[in-house]
Design a protein around this ligand. Structure first.
Ligand SMILES: [Zn+2]
Length: 67
């Protein structure tokens, strides 16, 4: 069973699945442009990048889904 972390815009219902993003994925935004997601490379970490979520109006809902 794998756990998936998702970020959902509560304004338009767009869902981003973090495992869909790779180190060099371009950024994206939801349909209503409330939420912008992207990746940021990091050094000196066991992770090669972070998944970043920014919002302009309403905080996204971030939760886990399991298979
Ligand atoms: Zn939205």
């Amino acid at each position: 069973m794998a756990t998936k972390l998702v970020a959902e815009c509560t304004e338009c219902g767009t869902v981003f699945r973090m495992q869909d993003f790779k180190e060099d994925s371009p950024g994206d935004s939801c349909e209503c442009e409330n939420i912008e997601v992207g990746t940021r490379k990091v050094n000196n970490s066991r992770y090669s990048f972070y998944f970043t979520v920014a919002y302009s109006k309403t905080k996204p809902k971030i939760y886990e889904l399991s298979d």
